[in-house]
Design a protein around this ligand. Structure first.
Ligand SMILES: [Zn+2]
Length: 323
């Protein structure tokens, strides 16, 4: 199963339109050892020419245009996109749904709380109900596996919260476990094994097809022992790389909160994600959702090198992962 990273940045992208931090300024001036990034967006091809979007970013239109696999085929209106899975109701995760309004039918998979916040509290989402069956919303079960677009999914519970724009009344009605979720993603159909080698496999060697698993965790405030144990079984880990240091966002004018207060475990420092996940031997570890202020974006920085030396990759737009 092919998974494509269409966008790898946190909200605002890199550079961010109103940001003149060192990273954004140097990138605009052509003095930065690194690349621009659009806001976090993934897609997978579970069956040939059938793609599922993982969330719907504000950059979705340009991300589709940058990905020929997602272009319409044939002479008339068409899209290989048939499903969208939402892991939260933040603008960064859901605004792109409105960009899919051009009379194309698709399914949206979200927890009941995310669905209600978006469809019952925001009249703008009426543009996705202009004809019967334009969007079909399906509730994600929190405690049992479910299938979407050729993949088997399972919720990884997170102690997240609903976006700040949600009313107190709505907030009081919602199950906190439905506010923001991580996902465990496995191809429903296992990849075909490579042809057998002329050399006989060692006795007892497995000959079953490979079926890799991907853990998607772009916003994690803390790593419980049970989550850490679960991640031992992942083949690919896409993890919250928003901030390098806990005090990084508190230095941004107007924000005034630490990374942990925003629900993002910083990469560095005691208890940071490098340290906390250092014992994971199996998964390929990749940071996603990288904020424009994060020094790891600068490929000549000590922080970038530190992340690479710790065995982590740093996602960039266009990256492809095969499961
Ligand atoms: Zn910036």
């Amino acid at each position: 199963m092919r998974v494509k990273v269409l966008g790898s940045a946190a909200g605002g992208g890199f550079p961010q339109w109103n940001c003149a931090c060192s990273n954004c300024s140097r990138l605009r001036d052509g003095q930065f050892a690194g690349v621009a990034r659009t806001q976090l967006q993934l897609a997978w091809e579970g069956q040939p020419n059938h793609w599922t979007l993982l969330n719907a970013s504000p950059d979705l239109r340009s991300q589709i245009e940058a990905t020929p696999e997602l272009w319409p085929q044939g002479a008339n209106r068409h899209s290989p996109l048939s499903d969208v899975v939402l892991t939260g109701a933040e603008v960064d995760q859901a605004l792109g749904l409105l960009l899919l309004r051009e009379f194309h039918s698709f399914r949206v998979h979200a927890t009941a709380s995310i669905r209600r916040v978006l469809t019952e509290d925001n009249s703008l989402f009426g543009v996705l109900r202009r004809f019967p069956g334009q969007t079909c919303w399906q509730d994600i079960p929190l405690r049992s596996p479910f299938a979407v677009g050729g993949a088997r999914l399972e919720v990884l519970p997170l102690a997240g919260s609903l976006p700040g724009f949600v009313s107190a009344a709505r907030r009081s009605e919602c199950d906190p476990g439905e506010a923001a979720i991580g996902l465990w993603i496995t191809p429903a159909v296992a990849a075909v094994s490579p042809p057998p080698s002329v050399v006989s496999p060692p006795p007892g060697a497995a000959s079953s097809p490979s079926r890799k698993t991907l853990a998607y965790l772009p916003g994690v405030g803390s790593i419980s022992d049970s989550l850490l144990e679960r991640l031992q079984d992942a083949d690919v880990l896409l993890f919250d790389g928003t901030f390098w240091k806990d005090d990084e966002p508190s230095r941004i004018p107007g924000l005034g909160r630490t990374a942990l207060e925003m629900g993002h475990l910083p990469i560095s420092g005691p208890g940071g994600s490098i340290e906390r996940l250092a014992g994971l031997a199996r998964p390929r570890k990749i940071y996603i959702h990288i904020n424009n202020t994060n020094p790891i974006l600068d490929e000549e920085s000590a922080e970038h090198q530190g992340v690479r030396d710790a065995g982590w990759e740093i996602a960039r737009d266009g990256m492809e992962i095969n499961l």
